[in-house]
Design a protein around this ligand. Structure first.
Ligand SMILES: [Zn+2]
Length: 311
């Protein structure tokens, strides 16, 4: 049997002809926002200091600094072949990786960002992200199959306002859990978020309670919820549904935390370990069940869902 990586590569090759050559050139995703690379950061996007390297073809690893040919990086699921750094992955690629070909049907695709506080320049900002990402919100939700098993999949998009949780993000995630409960199927969420969306103030914070309530609706039906943490999972998302999974899995070296490292350090007035807020640190301290490499994610999710199905 082919493993997840081999299957993914095979599918990719088939799709290659269909894809436009520039489809993956923005990977790893370039982040322009100031707050996105700062204290929570320890991630630096693909911003080359030198103009000599053409980033349409090459990407620099934020961990080891090595350049990799974009095509090779894509075939390696955007994991650095030199140091195994799991770089950010396009949401659509991740959905393709975690579902059987042609089975994913998006739910609430048309849901659009709302501006409850009439926050200055919010809509303009959102519009620019929509143009850049061709997505309408910071999460994609839908139903698909994984080696034949039907399940709900939500994938958060760090390229859309840093995956921040606006009211519609919360709505879509809550609805996905309710859909899972109603149709008696499991839910998998891939989180990636900078936390609350400040432009929606209190409305954003309320999403923590809303999504947490939706998680319990699924639990009442006895269906499993697998939470996958991808880089970075922070703020209100960590403080709500991301940490409520029946099984919590992280990709290696993912940044996982609530407040930023500097804030925590100032608050408790102590030096923090070097690996503070990494997946490995969280695993050691009992917050995670597993750290799974990207190439093994599909198989791992499938096995867990299969075990549950046989019960
Ligand atoms: Zn590397």
């Amino acid at each position: 049997m082919l493993n997840g990586l081999q299957l993914f590569k095979k599918e990719k090759q088939k799709n290659k002809a269909k894809k436009k050559s520039d489809n993956y050139t923005s990977i790893p995703i370039k982040i322009q926002e100031k707050e996105e690379t700062k204290e929570d950061g320890n991630y630096i996007a693909n911003n080359h200091e030198s103009n000599n390297i053409d980033d349409r073809f090459w990407s620099k690893c934020p961990e080891c600094g090595e350049y990799t040919f974009n095509k090779d990086l894509e075939e390696n699921l955007f994991v650095c072949p030199k140091c195994n750094k799991h770089m950010r992955m396009d949401v659509r690629d991740r959905i393709e990786m975690l579902t059987d070909k042609g089975t994913f049907i998006e739910i609430n695709k048309e849901s659009d960002v709302v501006d409850p506080l009439k926050f200055p320049n919010y809509i303009e900002k959102v519009t620019s992200y929509k143009e850049k990402t061709h997505e309408s919100e910071s999460v994609i939700t839908g139903v698909g199959r994984i080696n034949g098993i039907r399940y709900v999949l939500c994938v958060m998009n760090p390229a859309f306002m840093m995956g921040s949780m606006g009211s519609v993000t919360g709505d879509k995630i809550s609805y996905a859990f309710e859909y899972g409960a109603e149709h008696n199927i499991p839910v998998v969420v891939c989180s990636a978020s900078g936390g609350a969306r400040m432009q929606e103030g209190m409305m954003s914070l309320m999403q923590m309670a809303k999504t947490s309530r939706a998680v319990t609706k699924l639990a009442e039906k006895g269906q499993p919820y697998i939470s996958i943490l991808t880089d970075p999972t922070t703020g209100g998302v960590t403080a709500s549904f991301a940490m409520l999974g029946d099984i919590i899995i992280s990709e290696p070296k993912t940044l996982i935390g609530f407040a930023g490292k500097r804030v925590v350090k100032q608050t408790i007035g102590r030096e923090l370990p070097e690996d503070f807020q990494t997946a490995e640190f969280m695993m050691e301290n009992g917050f995670l069940d597993m750290i799974v490499e990207r190439k093994d994610l599909k198989d791992t999710i499938y096995k867990i869902l299969y075990m549950h199905k046989r019960k």
